[in-house]
Ligand binder design. Sequence first.
Ligand SMILES: C[S@@+](CC[C@H](N)C(=O)[O-])C[C@H]1O[C@@H](n2cnc3c(N)ncnc32)[C@H](O)[C@@H]1O
Length: 448
Amino acid sequence: MTTTPRRAAFDILLRIEKERSYADILLDHELTHGTLQGPDRGLLTELVYGVLRRQGTLDHVIDQFASQKCSRLERSVHLLLRLGLYQLLYLDRIPTAAAVHATVELAKTLAPRASGFINAVLRQADRERQNIRFPDPVNKPAAYLAAAWSEPAWLTARWLDQLGREEAEALARAMVEPAPFTIRANTLRTSRDELQARLAGEGITATPCRYSPDGVRVDTPTAIGRLASFREGLCTVQDESSQLAAIFLDPKPGERILDLCAAPGGKSTHLAQRMGNSGTILACDIGARKLRLIEETAHRLGITIITTRPVDGTKPLTDLQGERFDRILVDAPCSGLGVIRRNPEGKWWKSPADITALARTQRAILHNAAEILMPGGTLLYGVCSTDREETDTVIEDFLSEQGEFVVEDLRELFPSHRELFTDRGFFRSWPHRHGMDGFFAARLKRLS
Ligand SMILES: C[S@@+](CC[C@H](N)C(=O)[O-])C[C@H]1O[C@@H](n2cnc3c(N)ncnc32)[C@H](O)[C@@H]1O
């Protein structure tokens, strides 16, 4: 059946609301199996991600101009208003009249009784766009950031606490922008320079990453899976911050490595690369079905030293007790608050209680991993979150209970990357400071 980009965006946004489905999976399905062609495909992606990113601000504006608050609107009416307003306020290339007309036409099918109301709210928002009011930035900074930069207010309150007013706003601004698209050269098969040249031959402009020696930022929008260089295993997709986990764990050829939360395998395969495909990596994950993804990527990249095993890292690792590891990576399950540019729906689903529950899981996994690390061995704990409760606090609690572990100060080990490290020697990247996803890693050494 044929569709339009706005109708397809509405259907996807509705499923995200109703079923908590992921935007990237739904979009991928629509773009692969649907009928949209040419620029309509780009518009669909823009509408879905744009509305999810700006949802907080859009709702703030709706509350100001509609006779009913968002919380009282029917879901379909609410989504149509978000879609229409997003085009009005953020898509310069769509004329106002077209944005209003297309939304009202869609409403005639999806919410016929409300089409007049939607028309009125959109027209008023357009007339009053210069007069949109926001909470006072000085007296109500968390509410201001939440409304102006579309984040949940509990999250902006945490950012303010951690970063102060000015930086919290810089972070909030960065978090509503699209994330860069970064890939990793498979150094078992090519070098970063050769990969860049190869990409250029495929019409793709790319720039070397600043901090990861294996990273390349792709500047030309592209479906990477269709490129011959990707299919030939010359590269894989991975944000620069994630690439730095393997760099900072720094495994050596011949070593025995455990990656305890490994799926879909971005870091396991990078570790294998850094080891020259020599040694062994045991890649575990609680999601047994996801282990296949690690195996598929390893196969595409020509990696042979990874074996996979389903493991729940929160349970005592009795199966692994006999096997001591030289290095362990704990890339723990987390809130993902560092990657909300990529998965903007996630920020609307999380709560402070979720973070506390995740921190409990993170602690349990870390303690279990510590038991099976060789004396003198190295452990890297990482999360794609910058929130203190999942990062410093987990590590400080761990250190207070595990006397035989010490922090290895990353500032001393990687002085050229100094600006990425905290004054405890941990790695913490920020989108607004470093252009990368928000990520945290602490490197620990077992003394005895
Ligand atoms: C941040 S992701 C790991 C990403 C992976 N390291 C990579 O670079 O591709 C966290 C992983 O932890 C896994 N996980 C969640 N709870 C777990 C548990 N109790 N034990 C082991 N793995 C778990 C999830 O299935 C998820 O794949």
